[in-house]
Design a protein around this ligand. Structure first.
Ligand SMILES: [Fe+2]
Ligand SMILES: [Fe+2]
Length: 342
């Protein structure tokens, strides 16, 4: 990233960037501590045999996909709306392929632009936490995993475009990056901490529905394999970031704890709320008139459904905060209640 620094003017990774260690205003890395909270039992003990980057082949699209879907229609609400399904059935394939592109683009950017900044900071010891050496070493593994997830996502996107001839229609920036930047602008003094909370939340949310992709026989096997490869690695990441949250909590003062706890539900919402502007643009691009587009979006994503999806996906995340006693703080509890997560 630093080699092409012109592309990253105003880079927000400054607090973790190892390049900063080379400059005179660098932050001194916090030394490892065998006395950090509890005993760390690494979730990566079998990593060398099990990690996707080590154990799985490159996933290649077959020459013929035999009319199979590029994503599960059950998981793409737009495709199921009657105004699309009945009036423009020929759009189904395009909508599913665009959904796949959005998912892959989202994944590649999340891993490279956000999660790996944190993994890098943990590995380099610049996140201002005392961590056990094994926990810090595992951040190198996460860094590899996430880089590989970004690679196979970009790879599948290129293969799909070459095979189908359908070009991706993607937003300039995935919505979660825009929302994270907005939250950080609202809390400039907690910029770095906000990014840590975002990563903890995004790594501990569980998308029940995405887990169904590998089992849907209507979907192209290559897509199912890529989703499965990713899910296998993310199970380990979930455990790691739950432990990381515990460390962060234990080593934070009451003010920082309140910031962490009140930001968490905001991050859940930022991460999971549908990207309506991008979907609006996609539907408009198919030639649907403005009223129809608004009707489809309002009916497909009612606020009650958005909230329920967030509540379902964040159950484990909420549980991690509950176990820390975070919800005993009335301000933190109120924040979780505002988003109807508890
Ligand atoms: Fe990942
Ligand atoms: Fe991850």
């Amino acid at each position: 990233m630093c080699g092409i620094v012109g592309l990253f003017t105003g880079c927000t990774a400054v607090s973790y960037c190892p390049k900063r260690l080379l400059t005179k205003d660098s932050e001194v890395p916090v030394p490892d501590s065998p006395e950090s909270v509890g005993n760390y039992r690494s979730p990566f003990r079998g990593w060398d045999k099990r990690a996707s980057v080590r154990a799985t082949p490159r996933r290649e699209l077959p020459d013929e996909t035999g009319g199979q879907y590029f994503f599960s229609p059950d998981l793409v609400p737009l495709a199921r709306h009657e105004l699309v399904r009945d009036l423009r059935p020929e759009l189904l394939e395009q909508i599913l392929i665009q959904h796949l592109y959005r998912y892959l683009d989202f994944t590649a950017k999340l891993e490279q632009v956000v999660v790996n900044r944190t993994a890098l900071g943990i590995a380099q010891g610049t996140v201002s936490l005392r961590l056990q050496p094994d926990m810090r070493f595992d951040a190198y593994r996460i860094y590899c995993d996430e880089a590989y997830h970004a690679l196979f996502s970009a790879d599948l996107m290129r293969q799909t475009e070459a095979r189908t001839g359908i070009a991706p229609r993607l937003p300039v920036e995935p919505y979660f990056l825009t929302r994270l930047a907005m939250i950080q602008q609202e809390h400039p003094e907690w910029r770095a901490l906000a990014e840590l909370v975002f990563v903890i939340v995004s790594e501990t949310l569980i998308s029940g529905s995405l887990g169904e992709v590998p089992d849907d026989p209507r979907v192209v096997p290559t897509v199912r394999e890529v989703v499965r490869d990713h899910a296998m690695d993310e199970g380990r990441h979930h455990t790691y970031f739950a432990l990381f949250l515990k460390e962060l909590w234990a080593q934070s003062d009451p003010t920082e704890r309140r910031v962490i706890g009140t930001l968490a539900p905001t991050m859940v919402d930022a991460f999971l709320r549908p990207d309506l502007p991008a979907l609006r643009e996609e539907l408009t691009g198919y030639g649907l008139d403005r009223d129809t587009v608004e009707q489809v979006l309002a009916e497909v994503f009612p606020e009650s459904l958005v909230r329920k999806t967030a509540r379902d996906a964040s159950q484990q995340t909420v549980q991690h905060f509950r176990r820390l006693g975070a919800l005993d703080d009335p301000a933190i509890r109120a924040a979780f209640e505002t988003y109807e997560l508890v």
